[in-house]
Design a protein around this ligand. Structure first.
Ligand SMILES: [Zn+2]
Length: 486
């Protein structure tokens, strides 16, 4: 039986946010706790399922994961490493990692590269290091150098995260049965895109993914060709779009493929720099209110990208423009504490949202009527959703409240909740298909859930830390020149 060490490290770090993401913000699984994820909808669950099919002897180490947020405390990285190190007991036949690929700590700009480097120093070069990672990774030369085969998700929204993990596990099985050991090559053309430009249903990502699959099909040496869209809200030298090839062939062949991918990305660079129209322009299209459901997308407060989910830009605009039959979710644990004392059906005046970002206009004061108060735990309706790639089968919004202000419905949560699953609304008695307007604080990843119910989807520019206009962000460490800054 092959002994395969399993570990996970998952954080998408937004380095322009205030504050620090500490150890307490991470959900940690240790030892046999990892095995409980077997078969669930997460990448870890998928990889463990493959391990069982292949008859591996899984050595479950640790899994650290947190929602996208501010720069990580160095202590988290050192804790992770010391825990991982302590469970590496030879003999081990392989290592399988569940990574994000865009984690930054105060001192380390490339946490995954650092961990892979330390891991490689500890174990023999003959031991394969395989794994799966998020399409939004800021991949690096160091990651490529110290891993044998890391496979990116191929879809954004990440409907295939579990599948990508199973693909990577299948490739590790290939190495363990054939003895063939791939190595990785990487290329980073001088460009980055905001998250709004990284959906795989459209260009440039659609063409890049297609070319990556063509390259895999044409060369039997290529085990995995990964397109990394990058995470532009991190100020690191390697932030941006890049490509990684895991191959058993020679370097020349890999570099040729990387050139093709980089050239195509440069050709289509402007297509990926998607900017959002201003509020007034978008709200003019809502008067008169068109029929069917209009989804207003607010990328600057994109929870999946690390934003606080309490921005008041669109809340204010909905009220100012008297938009009827609309709904918005705002994360505000302080408002929840205030509402916890109010009987259902009563009215009160609260200050809502606007507490977490310097770019917001601040808390918005309004009178609301409390309709519902209680648990925000819900089961995902779509077990292949982007949310499942981060959290598995269920999500906890914490204590949550539904309030009304006129015909506006506001879902207030205690835990910020990426709007990637309609169970968020339905679990609270709100039927999204019956609304005229719904706000989602996202860029692209909401589309798997909302495309089927939306009559139209309008992106809106508001002040917030996940702005699609990258020129507004104060980069210092990123390699210059880079598109679209230069
Ligand atoms: Zn992602």
């Amino acid at each position: 039986m092959k002994r395969v060490l399993f570990a996970g490290l998952f954080h998408e770090t937004h380095t322009f946010l205030d504050g620090i993401t500490g150890l307490n913000d991470f959900q940690v699984l240790r030892g046999n706790e990892l095995l409980l994820r077997m078969g669930d909808s997460s990448p870890l669950g998928g990889a463990l399922e493959s391990a069982r099919e292949f008859g591996w002897n899984v050595l479950p180490a640790i899994d650290y994961r947190a929602s996208p947020s501010a720069t990580v405390d160095d202590e988290v990285v050192e804790h992770f490493w010391s825990e991982l190190k302590s469970v590496i007991q030879p003999p081990i036949d392989a290592v399988f990692l569940i990574l994000h690929g865009a984690m930054v700590s105060k001192r380390i700009v490339d946490v995954e590269g650092e961990i892979l480097d330390r891991l490689r120093r500890m174990i023999s070069p003959a031991i394969p290091i395989f794994g799966v990672f998020d399409l939004h990774a800021n991949f690096t030369q160091r990651m490529a150098e110290h891993a044998n085969c890391l496979v990116a998700y191929r879809e954004n929204p990440h409907t295939d995260a579990r599948q990508a993990a199973k693909l990577a596990a299948g490739l590790l099985q290939r190495t363990m049965t054939t003895g063939k050991m791939p190595r990785m090559f990487w290329r980073h053309p001088p460009l980055m895109w905001p998250p709004t430009g990284t959906g795989t249903a459209v260009d440039p990502m659609c063409s890049l993914e297609r070319l990556a699959r063509d390259l895999e099909n044409k060369s039997p040496n290529f085990w995995a060709v990964s397109v990394c869209a990058g995470f532009s809200f991190a100020d690191t030298p390697d932030t941006g779009v890049s490509f990684a090839v895991a191959t058993i062939g020679d370097e020349y062949e890999a570099q040729k493929a990387l050139s093709e991918l980089a050239d195509l990305a440069m050709d289509k660079k402007s297509d990926g720099n998607v900017l959002d129209p201003p509020r007034d322009e978008v709200f003019a299209r809502l008067n008169p209110l068109p029929s069917g459901l209009t989804v207003l997308v607010e990328p600057s407060d994109n929870i999946g990208g690390g934003a606080p989910g309490d921005g008041t830009g669109l809340l204010r605009a909905l009220i100012k423009n008297s938009i009827a039959n609309a709904a918005i979710a705002i994360n505000d644990p302080q408002a929840i504490r205030e509402l916890s004392k109010l009987p259902i059906g009563n009215k009160t005046t609260i200050s809502l949202g606007g507490r977490s970002s310097r770019l917001d206009a601040g808390p918005f004061t309004l009178e609301v009527e409390l309709q519902r108060f209680g648990s925000g735990q819900f089961q995902l309706e779509d077990k292949q959703s982007h949310l499942a790639s981060m959290n598995g089968d269920s999500f906890d919004m914490g204590q949550s409240a539904v309030v009304h202000h006129g015909s506006l419905t506001i879902l207030i949560t205690s835990n910020k909740t990426p709007p990637f699953d309609l169970g968020q609304w339905r679990s609270q008695g709100i039927e999204p298909t019956k609304l005229s307007v719904i706000v989602v604080k996202a860029a692209v990843a909401h589309r798997a859930a909302y495309d089927p119910i939306a009559s139209r989807m309008l992106w809106v520019d508001t002040p917030g830390p996940c702005t699609s206009n990258l020129r507004r962000l104060p980069y210092h460490k990123i390699q210059r020149p880079i598109f679209p800054l230069d």
